[in-house]
Ligand binder design. Structure first.
Ligand SMILES: Cc1cc2nc3c(=O)[nH]c(=O)nc-3n(C[C@H](O)[C@H](O)[C@H](O)COP(=O)(O)O)c2cc1C
Length: 216
């Protein structure tokens, strides 16, 4: 088996981590890099990764994650945030910087206005067919999350995605903990717990490829 296939086989939803084993900063950095390098719609990277090591904060967060013990037993908790529709405006510093970095002249404010406006128009109208900007933005984070979990597994690190959380309560905790963070501007896509397993997992349960794929 090649190393990537081994990583997919190694990764499972780890339910309890070894509380005595911490992820090194080098390994944590490799996980975060996998998120950073992930593809996103229009290359807008509408995400932010909050890395939490603080035990008190983990305890508070566990309470709004249906008391799931991965939150407090993990080495690091990474919360994947997404930029809400309020950040996709002509005045948005984030959007203007994202647009500028693709331009030959990054100081060309007129070009930044034009490209930003066309992106906004596309997002507001092009996505109107049942998909909101918030939902579109939130989904991007899942790609980063998947890459982070694979990168972790590649380095022998376990993970568990935690989608079971009370969104608004979690946002309130983050508002209290992060200066200038606002739930008007940010939402939570997913929580990711990383660490080392305490016991071997059961085998993966998956449909066979024949049931999953249609070849035309
Ligand atoms: C978006 C998402 C949310 C999830 N939320 C939780 C969760 O809140 N708690 C949990 O224990 N596992 C959670 N999981 C893990 C899944 O239950 C798990 O991946 C699935 O049952 C398959 O098991 P495996 O990953 O071990 O193969 C989540 C997975 C994903 C992708």
């Amino acid at each position: 088996m090649n190393k990537l296939a081994q990583a997919f086989s190694f990764r499972h939803a780890c339910k309890q981590f070894n509380e005595d084993r911490k992820i090194t900063s080098t390994d944590l950095n490799a996980i975060l890099e996998a998120g950073r390098c992930s593809p996103s719609s229009f290359g807008l990277e509408p995400w932010h990764f909050v890395v939490i090591d603080n035990p008190d904060l983990k305890t508070q967060i566990r309470a709004v994650c249906y008391d799931q013990k991965q939150i407090t037993t993990c080495s690091q908790l990474v919360i994947i945030l997404y930029r809400k529709a309020s950040q996709f405006t002509l005045q948005s510093d984030y959007l203007r910087r994202a647009v500028a970095r693709e331009l030959p002249n990054r100081d060309d404010e007129t070009a930044i206005d034009i490209v930003s406006q066309s992106l906004i128009n596309f997002l507001e109208q092009g996505l109107a067919d049942g998909l909101t900007i918030d939902h579109w933005s939130e989904m991007q984070g899942y790609i980063a999350a998947a890459n982070m979990m694979t990168a972790a597994a590649y380095n022998g690190i376990d993970s568990c995605a935690i989608g079971g959380f009370q969104h608004n309560s979690l946002v309130k905790i983050l508002e209290k903990s992060i200066p200038q963070f606002s739930g008007d501007a940010w939402g939570v896509t997913l929580c990711l717990t990383f660490g080392y397993r305490v016991k071997q997992p059961a085998d993966h349960i998956r449909w066979p490829l024949d049931d999953l794929c249609t070849f035309l």
